[in-house]
Structure formats: structure tokens, C-alpha cells
Design a protein around this ligand. Structure first.
Ligand SMILES: [Zn+2]
Length: 89
């Protein structure tokens, strides 16, 4: 049995229910495969995160950046005058 391949299919949810159940049972029995499964799962999650960036978050960030460029916040120009030292010292 090609454990690695079956494991990957299992973690991708590509196995039928009977196989999935057999793999789950084996993972409980076999510490080595259980470890391998957790590694595969982590790799799978990491890849999934990279392949599918949060498009909504990216769009929001881009809109926010553009709003900063196009519509800068109104500055109060009284700050500099308050900070200047007294004249004629
Ligand atoms: Zn095993």
C-alpha cells in the first residue's frame, strides 16, 4: 500500500469513505504514519494559504492605500508655530 500517496489523497479529501476510514484507523495504530499525516496536513495548509491569498483583504488594503494618496488627511498647521522658540531671547 502506497501509504504516502493514500495519505495525501486522504488529506485532500479525495478518498472514498471506506478508504478514509481505513486510513484514519491506520493513523491511530501507526505512530509513524500519524506523524507523516500531520506533516502533510501542515504542508497542505501552508500551500493552500499561498495559493489562495485573501483577495478581499488585498482589495481592502489597496483601496485604503489609494484613499491615503488621493485624499490625504487635513493637516492642522498650528503645530509648527507652537513649537517655535520665543523670538528676541
Ligand atoms: Zn503506517
Amino acid at each position: 500500500m502506497q501509504v504516502a500517496r493514500v495519505l495525501q489523497s486522504y488529506l485532500d479529501g479525495e478518498t472514498d469513505e471506506a478508504t478514509a476510514r481505513r486510513v484514519a484507523a491506520h493513523l491511530k495504530d501507526c505512530r509513524r504514519c500519524g506523524l507523516e499525516a500531520s506533516v502533510y496536513r501542515e504542508i497542505h495548509n501552508a500551500l493552500g494559504r499561498r495559493v489562495e491569498p485573501d483577495a478581499a483583504a488585498v482589495a481592502r488594503l489597496r483601496t485604503f492605500g489609494e484613499s491615503l494618496v488621493n485624499d490625504p488627511p487635513a493637516g492642522d498647521d498650528g503645530e509648527e508655530r507652537n513649537a517655535s522658540p520665543p523670538a528676541g531671547a
